[in-house]
Design a protein around this ligand. Structure first.
Ligand code: F6R
Length: 249
């Protein structure tokens, strides 16, 4: 695991966007694994700017998203489908049929999970996976648990995740209780992983991810097993880490 600490959110977002742009330059037809939530918004903003400045193109890129709320229609303003299109896809040149998210409205969830796993395989696997991290250490919606889920599955969201995400809804009762998520196995099979953690509320989870035991009770700690993971953290998120062990940008 490589850890880079930046002065602030803006600097972490710029660096992360540069990593992703370099990935696209190295392999124009790469498969990007994408995340939603507040953290990646700065990255998407920078990537859109690079596209507008003709520095990168997404015309040969494919994408697979980490997760989607169960049964939230794609046009719902809080669906990840809607988020990805409005915050990113509609502002770049990625072909519409090259972007993929779990289908929240699929009639048969087990079949939908199999379809999503087959799709990732069919694309040749994920070249570059972007991750955020939950305050409870979750990655995608793999919540703390005693199991290490391999492929896509339907999860019950924890109260802490519902509480953290209620800011996007008019009340906690509107937050879906279930979500489709890629499994830990799908994430660990990505060839490169970039996790971005910013803000004081991620400090404990980041400390356990980097310094704690490898355990599905802290799903992000499993990234210690991955051969090419970089963590970009701002000073607030890195405040519980020993400064002697990393370089502050
Ligand atoms: C979203 C996702 C989640 C978020 C995490 C952090 O696709 O996979 O794991 O990355 O909940 O969310 P923010 O960035 O809103 O703090």
């Amino acid at each position: 695991m490589k850890l880079i600490v930046t002065r602030n959110y803006e600097e972490a977002s710029t660096l992360a966007a540069n990593y992703m742009a370099a990935q696209i330059l190295m392999k124009p037809n790469c498969v990007l694994g994408l995340a939603t939530g507040s953290t990646p918004l700065g990255i998407y903003h920078h990537l859109i700017k690079m596209y507008q400045d003709h520095r990168i193109t997404f015309r040969s890129v494919s994408s697979v998203n980490l997760d989607e709320y169960y049964q939230l229609p794609p046009d719902h303003p809080q669906s990840y489908h809607h988020y990805m299109h409005s915050e990113f896809f509609n502002q770049i040149d990625i072909p519409a049929d090259a972007t993929h998210l779990p289908n929240a409205l699929a009639e048969d969830p087990a079949q939908e999970c199999r379809r999503y796993d087959r799709l990732i395989d069919h694309l040749g696997g994920i070249d570059f996976q972007l991750l955020g991290i939950g305050a409870n250490g979750h990655i995608a919606f793999n919540e703390p648990s005693d199991d290490i889920p391999n492929g896509t599955h339907l999860v019950d969201l924890t109260e802490s995740t519902i509480d953290a995400n209620k800011r996007f809804f008019s009340s906690a009762s509107e937050v879906p209780r279930k979500a489709y998520t890629m499994g830990i196995g799908s994430i660990l099979r990505a060839r490169k992983i970039l996790l971005i953690a910013t803000g004081t509320n991620k400090a404990q989870a980041l400390q356990e991810t980097v310094c704690g035991p490898v355990t599905p009770r802290v799903p992000a700690s499993l990234l210690q097993l991955h051969g090419d993971t970089t963590i970009l953290a701002d000073r607030e998120a890195a405040q519980l880490l020993d400064e002697r062990n990393f370089h502050v940008n």
